[in-house]
Design a protein around this ligand. Structure first.
Ligand code: OAD
Length: 248
């Protein structure tokens, strides 16, 4: 099927839908200059995300892990939301029932104007108590140069950690419940820029499909989701999403 035909079909399904859900991954922020996790640019000093985004890595060397997050904060802070983020924000303002789930921790959807974003994996601009006293610090920034590996301390005396989900950790119950509901209740589910390898996020489009929703994949390449997607749009999110939104 040509891309134009697929775009027309998806636009038709969206117009007829009672509810639409979109879930994004690192691919949507790639064109804003934020490195994806599994792309060639995902390495920092030869460390991959899987080496650093774990509780074990933080226990071993919290300064190194903070240094990596401050490097990512620096990139994200300089990045601007792109046409893909903005198209999803416009979609939300035009549809009566629209849910946006993201695996990204960069906050670019909110900066593009989206509200009520379900952030499955947390947010890089927040830090929280490692011991779990309940303290959360909002707006942690990259800090001044020379202190990149400083480990912030909680008022309770424990270390602060980035408020993001690490490999091997469970997602917050309330967030995953909201996401499952949004998947189950939608007529169209857009899976945008995700490798569909990391669960439970990767299971959400499958839930939508089993509940009768049409699953649309927007990605540069095939993923494990592709065989389960009813419609596939191959291309950059920053081009495909505005093209779709303009057809509504
Ligand atoms: P990945 O880096 O695994 O995958 C990015 C996907 O985006 C790939 O499938 C690319 O083909 C696609 N892509 C790249 N550029 C694109 C573009 N311009 N337009 C459309 N698609 C594009 O990122 P995620 O799937 O988000 O978790 O990774 C999932 C999770 O793994 C992350 O949230 C993170 C990581 O471990 C945690 O930190 C808990």
């Amino acid at each position: 099927m040509s891309d134009t035909r697929a775009l027309d079909l998806i636009a038709e399904r969206i117009r007829a839908a009672r509810a639409v859900t979109a879930m994004t991954g690192a691919g949507i922020s790639a064109e804003s200059g934020v490195p994806t996790f599994r792309g060639a640019d995902g390495l920092w000093r030869n460390y991959s995300a899987a080496d650093l985004a774990t509780p074990e890595a933080f226990t071993r060397d919290p300064g190194l892990v903070w240094q990596w997050y401050r490097w990512r904060q620096g990139i994200i802070g300089r990045a601007q939301p792109n046409a893909g983020h903005r198209a999803l924000a416009r979609l939300q303002s035009r549809l009566a029932a629209f849910s946006l789930i993201t695996q990204n921790v960069d906050g670019l959807h909110q900066r593009a104007g989206s509200s009520g974003v379900i952030e499955l994996h947390g947010n890089i601009w927040r830090a929280r108590c490692l011991r779990g006293c309940g303290y959360v610090e909002d707006g942690t920034g990259p800090g001044s140069s020379g202190e990149e590996d400083r480990v912030p301390v909680c008022p309770c005396g424990a270390l602060l950690r980035p408020d993001v989900v690490w490999f091997g950790e469970a997602l917050a119950d309330d967030r995953i419940e909201l996401a499952v509901q949004a998947a189950r209740n939608c007529d169209v589910f857009l899976a945008v820029g995700t490798s569909s390898l990391v669960y439970p996020a990767a299971g959400l489009p499958l839930i939508a499909g089993r509940a009768g929703g049409v699953v649309v994949e927007v990605n540069l390449e095939d993923t494990p989701l592709t065989p389960h997607a009813g419609l596939v749009l191959r291309g950059r999110a920053a081009e495909v999403l505005p093209a779709l939104e303009s057809r509504l």
